[in-house]
Design a protein around this ligand. Sequence first.
Ligand SMILES: NC(=O)c1ccc[n+]([C@@H]2O[C@H](COP(=O)([O-])OP(=O)(O)OC[C@H]3O[C@@H](n4cnc5c(N)ncnc54)[C@H](OP(=O)(O)O)[C@@H]3O)[C@@H](O)[C@H]2O)c1
Length: 272
Amino acid sequence: MRIAFIGGGHMTTALVSGLLRHGTVVDSVRVADPVTSHLERLAFEFGVQGSTDNRKVVADADLVVLAVKPQDMAEAARSIAGELASRRRLVVSVAAGVRLQDLERWLGKGTPMVRAMPNRPALIGAGITALYAGVGTTADDRGTVEKLMSAAGETVWLEHESQMDAATAISGSGPAYFFLLIEALEAAGTAIGLPHETSRRLAAATASGAGRMAAESGLEPATLREQVTSRGGTTAAALEVLESDGLRATVHRAVAAAARRSIELATQSGNE
Ligand SMILES: NC(=O)c1ccc[n+]([C@@H]2O[C@H](COP(=O)([O-])OP(=O)(O)OC[C@H]3O[C@@H](n4cnc5c(N)ncnc54)[C@H](OP(=O)(O)O)[C@@H]3O)[C@@H](O)[C@H]2O)c1
């Protein structure tokens, strides 16, 4: 399986690094990017070959990964449309808010495509990617994409493309919500007497440990919360403030705002 990456930025770096760690041979990977210093960095870090010519990189590929910013997607897709017309290749787009109907318009009708929404922890192999398979994709294609994206962490399939906006609002934008919470915890810890660095370590490791327990224990988050909350104790005192100050409603409003913005951005990028 020869893989062509269009765009040699953060997400490509994360995926290439994960693929090589999981045993993909470096000769089967090519990267296209207009900036030679980006290609030189990838060659230096991973030994991956690259080109500033998108068509050249796609020519002998079996799988094409579109990893450019949403606003660059129309141009990048159009640049390889001619090449894709020559034989069947699977295309995976990791761009936030770029709909398959628009990609198909730019790439050509009948291109088998999968939309992927990874998130930032992909950079350390701890991401989760929401996937949606377009018409014309086979079970083999879905297996191929799952293998590709599991280089960056977990994967989950969506049934409808419209659910991508919700997934974007939860896991795509989600790391920033947790960073904000860690920032707030760190500042609060400092305010009540902890050294800055100690407070940060306590907050970050607690977020990471709680996240792992929520993902791996098989228990409901509410059960986990109840298990660490004894009546009249310190946790109960804090949770009472968080609940009465409306944390849940704030989270609902924040997620709805992110999903709305995802829809707006998809509409804008589709107007290219
Ligand atoms: N990074 C994340 O955490 C994350 C999470 C979820 C989804 N994504 C999605 O992943 C995609 C890539 O994000 P990123 O963070 O990797 O962006 P990035 O670091 O900016 O990388 C994109 C690369 O593509 C290059 N490029 C621009 N136009 C191109 C073209 N026509 N052909 C080939 N290459 C082109 C850019 O060059 P210039 O620098 O010269 O523009 C840049 O090197 C985005 O659509 C984003 O929505 C990223």
